[in-house]
Design a protein around this ligand. Structure first.
Ligand SMILES: [Zn+2]
Ligand SMILES: [Zn+2]
Length: 144
């Protein structure tokens, strides 16, 4: 592991399997969001603010990265800055976030869980998304 702090935009390694993450562009309104996906375990790294853009929900993101002391200590180190991360639960989803750079690590499929939860909060039901989520999680590793 390098001792220097990596700057944003440089390749980073998966905090679980130490494989280099692959940048992947997510189409959103406005500029595309460049997230980092692990080709091995399918986890995704979101630098500061990126998850809010992908989920199109700033308040959830802020909840995930605020009050780091209330989360339990994660077994993972931040792939971006090597700082400690904390784990917290959002419904069924366990989210690891960095207390220093506020990046967020999601294991494979967790983004879907977050979206389903958001749906639930907004509309009182998971709408069609929960069904799609199962399908998506099956194909997510192969999707371009
Ligand atoms: Zn991985
Ligand atoms: Zn960090």
């Amino acid at each position: 592991m390098p001792l220097f702090r990596k700057r944003g935009g440089e390749p980073i390694d998966c905090p679980r399997c130490a494989v280099q993450l692959k940048p992947e562009s997510v189409k959103k309104f406005g500029p595309n969001v460049l997230i980092d996906v692990c080709p091995s375990c399918g986890g995704t790294w979101y630098d500061k603010g990126e998850l809010a853009k992908v989920l199109e929900d700033r308040s959830l993101h802020e909840r995930l990265v605020s009050f780091p002391s209330s989360g339990k200590r994660s077994s993972l180190a931040c792939p971006r800055c090597d700082s400690e991360m904390v784990t917290r639960s959002e419904g069924d989803v366990e989210v690891d976030s960095c207390i220093s750079c506020t990046g967020v690590w999601l294991d494979r499929g967790e983004e879907i869980g977050l979206k389903a939860k958001l749906d639930l909060e907004r509309h009182g039901q998971t709408s069609d998304f929960a069904g799609d989520a199962v399908f998506y999680s099956l194909i997510t590793g192969h999707m371009r």
